[in-house]
Design a protein around this ligand. Structure first.
Ligand SMILES: Nc1nc2c(c(=O)[nH]1)N[C@H]1C(S)=C(S)[C@@H](COP(=O)(O)OP(=O)(O)OC[C@H]3O[C@@H](n4cnc5c(=O)[nH]c(N)nc54)[C@H](O)[C@@H]3O)O[C@H]1N2
Ligand SMILES: Nc1nc2c(c(=O)[nH]1)N[C@H]1C(S)=C(S)[C@@H](COP(=O)(O)OP(=O)(O)OC[C@H]3O[C@@H](n4cnc5c(=O)[nH]c(N)nc54)[C@H](O)[C@@H]3O)O[C@H]1N2
Ligand SMILES: [Mo]
Length: 763
């Protein structure tokens, strides 16, 4: 194991003064403006504005300030006073801007004008909305609908998402990839198959009644900091917390509540995890199987005393496939489990004892489980563990994927899906008088394949930074300009806007914090949080520019210019009053959204329900399914000398591809993102020195040269055989083919790479 003393680390707790200083350092004076103060005061509160950062719950009785360090950064980023105007684009060619850093691009501030790419001058030039819509409509009409892709990043509201998906189907395709395809698609596919519901079963109240919480591969302190409050409360009332993560993430170790004056003055911290297991990346299947093995062995012992550790009644009544799974767990030796997990038997058994001793268990997880070649098995294994003691479908228990983008889950709920079987197409057909396309559409990986092969002719991006977020960046950028049409709807300039099709438009939109006034007056929108609660959100800030339009209006504008008139499709009326869109959603999805307009201001949101929480299993067998894992490691490639498992990581100073600054405060990494994390012994073994500049090269054995150069070696407490580097800088190293099987989620947490020092290979 790595030696703590010669590695970068941060000794303070998560939260505390550091989080406030972190905000002030990035935003300086803007942090103090009345507009920002007003917005943050209303953030995540009933009747207020819902944070544009993560998808964490919006509690019915919020704290005085229901926002966190990173939520504040995301809000400030949107409310910046800087503007990226046509003058800026007149001064800088698109080729020049391609050489800029991600941070510097977004730092130009909010986009203010619709822009058309002029290839003659290699510049973006201002254009009118009608001109843009007309040109886009003409282009879309000229190609086969199946050759167009409509991507969505998970931020747009339920109202916009519904219109966007409807537009795709009226036009004639199901090519609706979503950021979710790179994120929790593993969850949507695995949970659907094993418990019959594609989302988590936990609600916020479960955190006040559970006895133990397990964390697998989710970095709470940086990515969902408001979860630290209920965690702190859970620890105080005696709940036990156990974490599995290759990195010792600060937020899961200890926390000082930045909103508690007493804690801030005394620096009193709460220890969060009582056990912290630094397993190898990809070692979760083995660790979980070891825990299950422990539970079976504990059950053997208990039976001799006339007790049970397994919930035998639950297993009999509600599950399927237990015998085969039990045989697998019993037959797998501890040596294999120790080798693949990188943990000792004693450590796994200690975790197993906490699990077996707790009446009610909640299991949280994030990208550390989903972004692997065998991510499906990771998620299914976590469900196996929960099923052994009936920890799904009781208060205080359940499986809790922590969703990423603030409305990513909701977008899928209202129709953004490439899988037609997930959408009530017959109802749409009746509602709007058309024949929806029935062929399966493309997800993110398939859209990339289509762009690479030339099959995709047009790409529309509703937010996001597709080219920066996907794998195989070099080839993707080369192929991108082969498309006929590219359209990006965005708030800020990013890399995806700098590689263009023959015809290209960049359309600026309102953000969620801004006032959205339509013909029918100011409009509210709604989103779905990670616990399947639907909440309203009302923006009140003055828009960043007079020309900005709402995302709903932009989608409707393009749709109207593309489609033949249809008396049942009334874009103008819908955009004039979003309540009408909510009525349409309620008509398409009556079980979940009945009375939508009356319910969406309910404090804490309304729950759209979850069958698995009721122990109704909408699976093939009608029961919750045990899954026998076929592999013990989720990485999907063999070990070889000099081959490392690279984890691509988020820092505390970024939201996905939006980089706020160069500080990863909670990991003690400051001043640069161009680092390669490696444990000190591994560093010595590879003959490297701290601070040395190295390259990473892909070791996927597919003959493709993929390189990221200029990384500084930084000793860091990681398990052996693995490396860490930041997302998105490391994305060029990920082969497009390296993804989970059933869900095609790119395997960004275990990328096979080698280290190249200077010209010689250090491998
Ligand atoms: N401030 C901020 N908030 C965000 C985001 C952001 O970028 N910034 N992004 C949003 C989005 S879209 C998402 S999806 C979520 C992402 O939030 P998370 O799910 O937390 O995702 P990551 O930060 O990518 O990585 C999660 C953790 O997985 C660990 N890990 C890596 N490999 C393994 C493994 O094999 N096993 C285990 N057990 N752990 C592993 C890493 O050390 C890391 O701590 O956050 C959302 N919230
Ligand atoms: N290597 C690696 N790759 C990954 C990941 C990883 O962990 N490692 N994580 C994956 C995950 S979990 C995700 S979710 C994806 C994220 O992929 P995306 O969702 O595509 O990317 P973001 O960085 O969230 O998008 C940022 C851009 O969104 C635009 N934007 C911001 N707010 C708004 C708005 O209100 N409306 C509109 N229209 N645009 C807006 C801005 O222009 C900004 O530049 O990346 C994935 N890629
Ligand atoms: Mo995500």
């Amino acid at each position: 194991m790595a030696d703590q003393d010669d590695t970068a680390h941060y000794d303070g707790p998560a939260g505390g003064w550091g989080s406030l200083k972190g905000i002030a350092r990035i935003f300086g004076e803007e942090w103090n403006s009345p507009a920002v103060a007003e917005t943050l005061r209303r953030q995540n509160k009933p009747g207020g504005v819902m944070c544009v950062s993560c998808a964490w719950a919006k509690p019915p009785s919020p704290h005085a300030f229901e926002f966190c360090e990173n939520g504040a950064k995301a809000t400030l980023w949107e409310l910046t006073s800087r503007r990226c105007t046509p003058e800026f684009f007149a001064a800088h060619s698109v080729s020049e801007l391609r050489g800029w850093k991600d941070h510097d691009l977004e730092q130009q501030g909010r986009l203010t004008q619709p822009l058309r790419y002029d290839s003659g001058t290699d510049r973006y030039v201002p254009c009118g909305w009608d001109e843009a819509f007309r040109a886009i409509g003409e282009e879309l009409r000229a190609i086969a609908p199946e050759s167009a892709v409509f991507y969505a990043s998970g931020r747009a509201s339920l109202e916009t998402a519904y219109l966007y998906a409807l537009f795709a189907r009226l036009y004639g395709h199901n090519n609706l990839p979503d950021s979710s395809n790179m994120c929790h698609e593993t969850t949507s596919v695995a949970l659907k198959r094993v418990i019959g519901a594609p989302v988590g079963t936990v609600v916020l109240d479960d955190l006040s009644t559970c006895d133990a919480i397990f964390f697998f591969g989710q970095n709470t302190g940086s990515n969902s900091p408001r979860l630290l409050h209920p965690l702190q409360e859970a620890v105080r009332r005696g709940a036990r917390i156990v974490t599995f993560n290759p990195i010792r993430e600060k937020g899961l170790e200890s926390f000082v509540n930045p909103q508690s004056p007493v804690e801030m003055l005394t620096g009193r911290e709460t220890r969060i995890s009582e056990q912290y297991h630094q397993l190898r990346p990809g070692g979760d299947i083995a660790a979980l199987l070891g825990m299950c093995k422990h539970v079976f062995e504990a059950d053997d012992a208990a039976r001799r005393e006339g007790r049970r550790v397994l919930d035998a009644d639950f297993i009999r009544q509600h599950t399927d496939g237990m015998a085969a799974f039990e045989a697998k767990a019993r037959a797998t030796g501890w040596d294999a489990i120790e080798r693949e997990s990188g943990l000792s038997r004693a450590a796994i058994e200690a975790a197993g004892r906490v699990y077996a001793g707790a009446e009610r268990v909640v299991a949280f997880y994030g990208m550390g489980l989903t972004q692997h070649a065998h991510g499906f098995e990771n998620v299914a294994m976590l469900v196996n563990l929960l099923l052994l003691r009936g920890n799904i479908g009781r208060d205080g228990t359940g499986i809790a994927p922590v969703r990423g983008h603030s409305n990513v889950q909701g977008q899928r709920t209202v129709g953004i899906a490439e899988k037609p079987e997930l959408v009530p197409l017959d109802r749409l057909a009746a509602q709007f008088g058309f024949s929806p396309p029935r062929a399966k559409g493309m997800n993110t990986v398939e859209a990339c394949e289509g762009i690479l092969s030339g099959k995709v002719r047009a790409f529309v991006g509703l937010g996001g930074n597709f080219l920066r977020a996907v794998p195989e960046q070099a080839a993707m950028e080369r192929a991108w300009s082969g498309m006929r049409l590219t359209v990006q709807v965005a708030t800020k300039l990013n890399r995806s806007h700098l590689v263009n099709g023959a015809v290209a438009y960049l359309l600026p939109c309102l953000g969620r914090t801004e006032e959205d006034v339509q013909a029918g007056g100011p409009q509210a929108v709604s989103i779905e949080d990670t616990f399947s609660h639907i909440v309203g959100s009302l923006g009140r800030r003055a828009p960043a520019g007079e020309a900005l339009r709402s995302e709903a209006a932009i989608v409707a504008g393009i749709a109207k210019a593309t489609l033949a008139p249809n008396p049942k499709v009334r874009w103008d009326e819908w955009v004039a009053d979003y309540a009408r869109i909510r009525d349409l959603i309620a008509e398409t999805y009556p079980a979940e959204f009945h009375g939508f307009n009356d319910r969406f201001w309910q404090p804490g949101g309304f729950y759209r329900g979850n069958s698995a929480r009721e122990r109704i299993w909408k699976t093939e067998s009608g029961k919750a399914a045990f899954t026998v894992p076929e592999v013990l490691s989720s990485v999907g490639f063999d070990e070889a000398p000099g081959r490392y498992r690279l984890m691509t990581l988020r820092s505390n100073d970024q939201f996905n591809t939006t980089i706020y600054g160069d500080s990863d405060r909670l990991r003690g990494i400051e001043g640069t993102r161009d680092v390669l994390l490696i444990n000190p012994e591994e560093m010595r073994r590879a003959g490297l020195e701290e601070g040395q500049s190295v390259s990473l090269v892909s070791d996927a054995a597919d003959g493709v040269e993929r390189v990221v150069a200029g990384l500084r070696v930084l000793p860091y407490a990681l398990p052996d055989g693995c490396l860490g580097a930041y997302y998105p800088e490391a994305n060029p190293l990920i082969p497009l083919s390296h993804h989970d099987g059933p869900s095609k989620t790119p395997a960004a947490k275990s990328v096979p790479v080698r280290i190249r020092a200077g010209t010689a290979s250090a491998g």
